[in-house]
Design a protein around this ligand. Structure first.
Ligand code: PMP
Ligand code: GLN
Length: 386
């Protein structure tokens, strides 16, 4: 038989699937894959149910039929309105926003839309695993720049050395998974300066935009001169605790969004229609919810960080996201350590070496997810104390 596509056949199983399976097999508390062990708000779920039940009764196109390929207009309008309200950013709902199956699809479509084989893309490591796969499918050469613990700042010299005339794009994830870092204005400004000088795009993955603690989030597109070369990607999975709904989007200059839509149109065409109806309404009515959401997660973060410190972990306090990193004792290895935690302590975490290409820093850290009920966090800490 002729060989299959050599790029995709070499992909390994995502570390998130691997660790969740191990957690189930060992009946361990799952603080590995990033998803809440509780549901998002019932009122949003009811909105989706209602959209399904109403079906054709709601309007010209039945809500159980295909949605417009770019996303239903009320959802694109709600997204646009929130960017204006929260960040004073202008995205035209008609031409500068495309709704995708989660941020993951937006990332894939953006990579396909912007990259020609042989282009280089700089990725800060540790990175969310889909960046590498999407870039490889698009034929990019991936150039890692390491964020160094404990602050996870990058070395400007290393970044500058990574840039050359083939550099097409930099992927920035802010707030950052898995480190919980929020990039400082100075850091983003220094990337902005390089983007102008060397003419590259910035894909800014901001799915944790509302999961910030002491500092608030500023989208990359808000920085001077960056709006015209930034693709802003986000989704509702984390914000509403509905990761299984996979409602995401990409926003940016209309030529770029058109190209991203071209890819989206021929990969999935559109996103689950009734879920879009619900999300449009949720995004229009999220202010009170956000206050409670942020307070809840702040409490969860503090519970986990304090609890793990008391268990003797060298835990790094995250500024954003729902993850916290722990530095392992000298001589330990992340994969072996995670396996031991699952088997002996019945707690599943993520070995972070999976998020690095260049540095071996990842083998010295593990990631905990605190998007869990207080009871789950307390039980995990109890197990780890024993
Ligand atoms: N980007 C980052 C940094 C993530 O952690 C995740 C994962 N949950 C995603 C993108 C994917 O988001 P979605 O579930 O909306 O596809
Ligand atoms: N982003 C989530 C995490 O970091 C997982 C998403 C996924 O499983 N694809 O754990």
């Amino acid at each position: 038989m002729k060989p299959l596509n050599h790029t995709v056949t070499e992909f390994k199983e995502s570390i998130f699937s691997t660790m969740t399976k191990l957690a189930i097999d060992h009946e361990a508390i799952n603080l590995s894959q990033g998803f809440p062990d509780f549901d998002g708000p019932q009122w949003i779920i009811d909105l989706a149910k209602n959209a399904m039940d109403q079906g054709n009764k709601l309007g010209y196109v039945g809500k159980n039929q295909y949605a417009p390929s770019s996303g239903i207009l009320p959802l694109r309008e709600a997204i646009s309105k929130n960017y204006k309200r929260f960040y004073n950013l202008d995205f035209d709902p008609a031409s500068e926003i495309v709704v995708t199956n989660g941020a993951t699809e937006a990332i894939f479509c953006a990579c396909m839309a912007l990259i020609n084989p042989g282009d280089e893309v700089i990725v800060f490591e540790p990175f969310y695993d889909s960046y590498l796969a999407s870039l490889q499918m698009a034929g990019a050469r991936v150039v890692p720049v390491t964020l160094k613990a404990p602050n996870f700042s990058f070395d400007s010299e290393e970044l500058i050395a990574a840039i050359n005339p083939k550099t097409k794009m930099v992927i920035l994830n802010n707030p950052h998974n898995p480190t919980g870092k929020i990039f400082s204005s100075e850091e983003i400004k220094s990337i902005a300066e390089l983007a102008r000088k060397f003419d590259f795009y910035i894909l800014s993955d901001e799915v944790y935009e509302f999961l910030t603690y002491e500092t608030s989030h500023t989208p990359t597109a808000c920085f001077e001169d960056l709006a015209n070369r930034t693709i802003t990607i986000s989704s509702t999975g984390k914000t509403f605790g509905l990761t299984g709904w996979k409602i995401g989007w990409a926003c940016g200059p209309k030529e770029i969004i058109k190209a991203i839509h071209n890819v989206h149109q021929f990969t999935t065409f559109c996103v689950a229609h009734p879920l879009q109806v619900a999300m449009a309404e949720a995004l229009n009515n999220m202010d009170q919810y956000l206050i409670e959401f942020k307070a809840d997660y702040l409490k969860k973060r503090n519970t986990l960080v304090k609890g793990l410190k008391e268990c003797g972990f060298n835990i790094l306090n995250p500024q954003g996201t729902y993850f916290a990193m722990a530095l392992l004792p000298e001589g330990e290895n992340d994969v072996d350590y995670c396996k031991r935690l699952i088997v002996e302590k019945k707690v599943a975490t993520i070995p972070t070496s999976a998020f690095y290409l260049k540095s071996n820093e990842g083998s010295k850290m593990i990631r905990f997810c605190f998007a869990k009920k207080d009871e789950t966090l307390k039980n995990a800490i109890k197990n780890l104390t024993l």
